[in-house]
Structure formats: C-alpha cells, structure tokens
Write a protein that binds this ligand. Structure first.
Ligand code: IMP
Length: 198
C-alpha cells in the first residue's frame, strides 16, 4: 500500500525550512534588542503560531509565554468575518508588554479582535510578530510590527499553518494545490478570494 505524501499536495514551496529559520532568528534578535531589560509576555495564537513562537523565542532573552485561541476560519479557506475567542489566556496582563505571535495576518479581523481585548484589559503595550503578512487580504486596519515574510494572496500551508488541521507539520510554507480544496471541499471555497498566480 502506498502512503499518502502531503508533499504531493503542495503546488510550490514559498519559504524553505532554512529561510524560515533565518527569519525567526532575525525577528527574535530584533525583539531581543527592542525589549532589552524588560520581560515581555509572548502571546502565541493557537494552533498555527506555535512553531514560529518557539523558534523566535530561542533568540530572545527574557520572555514569558501564554496562549490564546481565536478563530475566524471555521476550518475552511475563506474568512467568515466573525471572530470567536475559543481559549482565553490564563493570566492577568494589566501593565504588561505583550507581543502577539501570529502565523499569518490576512483580513486582520483576528488581530484587531485580540488587540482590542488586550487593551481593554490594561496591557501597557501590544506589538505583533507574524510569520506571514498577507497585506492584500486586509479588510480591517491591523498593523504587523515584525514580519517574517510578506506573502502573496494565496492559500498557504505548512510550518504551523493548516488546511482542515492537516499540513501543519510540513517544515516549509507552500501553496496548496487548488484541486485539494476544489474536489474535497468545494462548498467551503470562496474562489474570488483565492489565487495562486502571484
Ligand atoms: P484573519 O483574521 O483573516 O487575519 O485570519 C487570520 C487567521 O486565518 C490565521 O491565524 C490563520 O489561522 C487563518 N489563515 C489566513 N490565511 C491563511 C492561509 O493562507 N492558510 C492557512 N490559514 C490561513
């Protein structure tokens, strides 16, 4: 019996394992310099940002890590527009400097939701470090302070990013072949929102 190979579902690799490691080092070192002498709280957004978070953290000196889970995707590839808080962070953030670690910022809705939540709870400052910034997808204003890569408007998976909870374990970020979601999940696709031509 042949085993299903996830790599066959990838149209092309956008960022290799080595390029991602270099980006994590660059962002981690920038954060270390910018937060020198302080103990920021890293807020990692489950589940997609976990790999990015640990790789960036290795290059920082003092930090504390918490997790939050919000969703606007509901397992498909097009944003639903509504953001839900699935898992809240477990600690008081009053007066803390927060660094949100995201896998990707697309419409900006999840990020805006989290920033407003943290500010309403008295965070001293909130900055954002995202592996990927899909600027063309922005619907609401949401700024990313530390960017791994500016990604074109395509649906990407790997290195934490999933499609239907799959592909997170790929060591690189790549564009998912269109037929993967065309055939299996055509009902979930907002085709106007997807392109892999960039
Ligand atoms: P936003 O609220 O539209 O900015 O969406 C952010 C979230 O949508 C991310 O944390 C991802 O979970 C998901 N997302 C957006 N674009 C992609 C993609 O290309 N691949 C996988 N997940 C994505």
């Amino acid at each position: 019996m042949t085993q299903w190979d996830m790599n066959n579902d990838i149209e092309r690799v956008l960022y290799s394992e080595a390029e991602i490691a270099a980006a994590a080092k660059r962002v981690g070192e920038e954060l270390a310099a910018d937060y020198e002498g302080r103990t920021p709280m890293i807020l990692s957004v489950l589940k997609g940002a976990v790999l990015w978070t640990v790789d960036v953290m290795r290059h920082m000196q003092y930090s504390d890590v918490e997790f939050i889970d919000v969703s606007s995707y509901h397992g498909g590839i097009a944003s639903s527009g509504e953001v839900e808080l699935n898992i809240d962070l477990q600690t008081d953030i009053e007066g803390r400097d927060i660094i949100i670690m995201e896998d990707i910022v697309d419409t900006g809705r999840s990020l805006k939701f989290m920033i407003e939540l943290l500010e309403s709870r008295g965070a001293a400052s909130v900055k954002v470090a995202s592996l990927l910034d899909k600027k063309e997808g922005r619907v609401v204003e949401a700024n990313v302070d530390y960017v791994g890569f500016d990604v074109p408007k395509a649906f990407v998976v790997g290195y934490g990013l999933d499609y239907k909870q799959l592909y997170r374990n790929l060591p690189y970020v790549g564009v998912l072949k269109r037929e993967v979601y065309d055939t299996a999940h055509a009902d979930l696709v907002d085709t106007a929102d997807i392109t892999s031509e960039h």
